[in-house]
Design a protein around this ligand. Structure first.
Ligand code: PCA
Length: 325
């Protein structure tokens, strides 16, 4: 053997032994909202932070706007390991457990500080439920306060009768029903098309998703009800997390904590910006009339009662803890 080939073999051996240390984990992250929405940008920053903190050992590919799985399929896909990580709005899964629907109960927690208080008491129950489904919660981030878009003046709930109401969850469909509308469940990625084809002519969502959907092309008014602040949760398949070494797991959980803090700040900061964008596109962005507010307030009370009945004593305990805070 020449000296050169001996050196080459030695080098090959070194590389082989060095390989485990360089081993790369690449996770697919299924998300449901546009790449330039702050939720997705926050997840992208999280991915960068994790990569930096693990010396490039843990990488993530983010699939935005429901491009890998449709919104209602994301959670199941991560449970079954078809994707390692995912993001979805909690309330989409209220049918599995009422705890996922607590943040769409109208007027229960209707500002950023209240929403944060609610999350603080809701979190442990969400973590527990996810754990029973083979998932680990990483972080949760709210949407801006929810309102209603229409193509006409709305003085009171009676003016909402008969509208084809876009909803995004069981809870929001129920609201549409109670105001006398026809609920149509459409996820954000399909909302622009539903608006363009007239499948819906009223929409429950935030200024953020209104902006993302160019809602001014179809509708004219945004009633800024500030009725509730739903959250997106970001979770990981437990087996995928367990497969990482301990320092990587710790780095990931630390980055998740930072992502949650950053996300809440971003959501609050961007709320006014989104609303300004709607106004600058000619939309009428207005607070609800007293009559509309009172009518929806009554519906809110009914829905709070319904939620408590469904959720039983453990749900009551969470709401009591929230009210005592
Ligand atoms: N945007 C998402 C959920 C709530 C929101 O503000 C949507 O409309 O689907």
């Amino acid at each position: 053997m020449t000296r050169f080939s001996r050196a080459a073999i030695a080098l090959a051996c070194t590389l082989t032994f060095a390989l485990p240390a360089l081993a790369q984990t690449k996770w697919n992250v299924a998300t449901a909202y546009p790449a330039d929405n702050y939720h997705t940008e926050n997840i992208a920053q999280f991915a960068k932070d994790v990569s930096a903190a693990t010396g490039g050992k843990v990488g993530m590919t983010i699939h935005a706007n429901a491009s890998l799985f449709k919104a209602p399929e994301i959670k199941r896909a991560v449970q079954t390991g078809q994707a390692q990580m995912g993001e979805i709005i909690l309330s989409l899964h209220e049918n599995e457990d009422p705890i996922y629907g607590l943040d769409v109960v109208p007027f229960l927690a209707a500002s950023f500080p209240e929403a944060k208080k609610l999350w603080d008491v809701q979190r442990a129950a969400v973590e527990k439920k996810l754990a029973s489904q083979g998932l680990v919660l990483l972080f949760a981030v709210p949407w801006p306060p929810q309102g209603i878009y229409t193509k006409k003046d709305v003085g009171g709930v009676e003016d909402l009768k008969g509208l084809k109401f876009r909803a995004y969850s069981v809870g929001t469909s129920r609201i549409a029903e109670l105001v006398g509308g026809q609920p149509v469940t459409v996820q954000a990625a399909e909302l622009p098309q539903a608006l363009a084809t007239g499948v819906v002519n009223a929409v429950i969502t935030s200024a953020s998703t209104g902006y993302d959907s160019k809602i001014w092309e179809s509708l004219t008014h945004f009633y800024d009800l500030q009725a509730w602040l739903p959250k997106n949760m970001i979770f990981v398949n437990k087996a995928a997390l367990d497969a990482l070494d301990k320092p990587s797991q710790d780095a990931l959980m630390k980055a998740a904590e930072e992502a949650e803090t950053r996300g809440w700040k971003l959501a609050e900061e961007k709320t006014k910006w989104y609303s300004d964008q709607l106004v600058s596109r000619g939309m009428k962005v207005v607070p609800p009339t007293a009559a509309l507010k009172a009518g929806l307030g009554k519906i809110g009370e009914q829905l709070t009662g319904d939620w408590l009945k469904r959720a039983g004593p453990s749900g009551q305990a969470v709401v009591d803890a929230f009210r005592a805070k």
